[in-house]
Ligand binder design. Structure first.
Ligand code: HEM
Length: 434
């Protein structure tokens, strides 16, 4: 008798469970075919965990995950139907009283905040950071070079992204550890308890203090022509269409979101890329032979393993997607990591190919789509280009450590690793370009 092929059961997918993470891509492939609008009812423990947070205003007992490209696009392009102000996680977060800022806002408040924040991360402000980023990358490589092994996240990617956020604030890089602690405290507010909320509030207080003192000094220096504008000063000095500036509170919120949005996502993307190049040596060879492919290589890393697995919206009215009816106030998750693998949109999506067609690659959703599309994408792309180029050029023998096993990040929103051990021959390391 022929072996029976087991039939996939969509209820085996629990988006909050760490158990689904090691083969989450298999779940998404099955869900796209068999259950593209996936319903999950939270367990009692999950409901309790989601509600045990002082920022939460109401209980949520279910969530839908959209796994097909076209449904996700429809969701992201309809911000009046799918709202952001109740937070981008499954919790029902209290909407900000002033209408909110960036990711925590909708409609006019969102437009106002994008208008002011966009120039703060424009290529003009980001370009001068390139030499600092390159120096930080080379310092980090020098620090580990002779050890012959490292955890890509702890020893390279996390210090790099926290350093980058420090540059955004215009702070000296020695304060990177402090900025990292702020980022981690803010991120832990989601899914966290009272203690996490307290730490998050403390971090917001520290950012507020930094904006007041450091920001005022920097603005004065820019006005005197003694310093060039950085992200913080641009946030403080840019008016919107009506000529109004961000309030102090809004600058703090915008900054907190940049820190939270730019920290783990970029670190995860770096580790994902290292993993993908190490497991696809023919693609790495291609990149070495044709370094000009770095741009599409970065996009393919982001497509193949979108670092943000998915983010949540709240329906403003009744909505029907793929025949599934959802009532007003339903939490709906757009799963970017699944959209990027949709066979209807990408040719051979499970193949990692750094010379994919540019037009096809532009369709990936690693940075989202529509009005909330990632504000830090120029910076993130620059960081990834420099990181991959330098790592694989200066450490030509870099490979996954065969004695150790990488582990996946268990947090629902993150799609990638939290431990990625690699090794190399210290004698092969190439000196930095002076
Ligand atoms: C590879 C790295 C990154 C990835 C994969 C990523 C991903 C995303 C995604 C998917 C969104 C859309 C959110 C939504 O639709 O609700 C987003 C928004 C955002 N990102 Fe990023 N991001 C990255 C790096 C950064 C960096 C470096 C910064 C800091 C400058 C940043 C700041 C933001 C902000 C402020 C928003 C909110 C924009 C809005 O709601 O209008 N991100 N990001």
């Amino acid at each position: 008798m022929a072996d029976q092929v087991p039939v996939y059961d969509p209820s085996s997918y629990d988006p909050c469970s760490p158990d689904v993470k090691p083969n989450v891509e298999e779940h998404f492939a099955e869900l796209r075919q068999k259950c593209p609008v996936h319903h999950h009812r939270f367990s009692e423990d999950q409901v309790k965990q989601l509600s045990d947070n002082p920022f939460v205003i109401g209980q949520v007992d279910e969530m839908y995950s959209l796994t097909r490209y076209r449904d996700i696009e429809e969701c992201l392009m309809n911000p009046t139907l799918y709202l952001s102000a109740e937070g981008s996680g499954p919790e029902r977060i209290r909407p900000p009283e002033n209408g909110g800022t960036l990711a925590w806002s909708d409609g006019a408040a969102h437009k106002h905040s994008r208008r002011i924040a966009q120039p703060a991360v424009s290529p003009k402000v980001i370009a001068p950071l390139t030499p600092m980023l390159q120096e930080r990358i080379d310092d980090l490589i020098d620090e580990v070079a002779q050890a012959g092994r490292m955890d890509v996240l702890e020893d390279f990617a996390v210090p790099l992204t926290s350093g980058m956020l420090t540059y955004l604030l215009g702070l000296p890089v020695e304060r990177a550890e402090e900025v990292k602690q702020w980022a981690m405290a803010i991120l832990s507010i989601w899914g966290g308890d009272d203690e996490a909320a307290r730490r998050g509030a403390e971090a917001m207080g520290a950012i507020s203090e930094c904006v007041t003192t450091w920001g005022a000094d920097r603005v004065a220096a820019v006005r005197r022509g003694e310093a060039s504008p950085d992200t913080l000063t641009t946030l403080l000095m840019t008016p919107d269409a009506q000529g109004s500036y961000f309030s102090h509170e809004e600058v703090v919120q915008a900054f907190a979101q940049m820190i939270a949005g730019g920290f783990e996502s970029s670190a995860t993307a770096i580790a994902n890329g290292v993993y993908l190049f190490c497991t696809h040596p023919e693609e790495l060879r291609k990149l070495r032979e044709r370094p000009e492919l770095i741009g599409t290589a970065v996009e393919e890393v982001l497509r193949y393993m979108a670092p943000i697995e998915g983010l949540v919206r709240t329906t403003s009215t009744e909505v029907t997607v793929g025949g599934v009816e959802m009532k007003k106030g339903t939490k709906v998750r757009a799963v970017f990591a699944s959209a990027n693998m949709d066979e209807e949109v990408f040719t051979d999506p499970r193949q990692f190919r750094i010379d994919r067609d540019r037009v096809e690659l532009q369709k990936h959703m690693a940075f989202g789509r529509g009005g909330h599309v990632c504000l830090g994408n120029t910076l993130a792309r620059q960081e990834l280009k420099l990181a991959f180029t330098s790592l694989f050029r200066r450490i030509p023998t870099l490979e996954l450590d065969p004695d150790l096993t990488p582990t996946r990040n268990k947090v629902m929103v993150i799609h990638g690793f939290d431990y990625l051990p690699v090794r190399w021959d210290p004698a092969s390391v190439i000196a930095r370009e002076s």
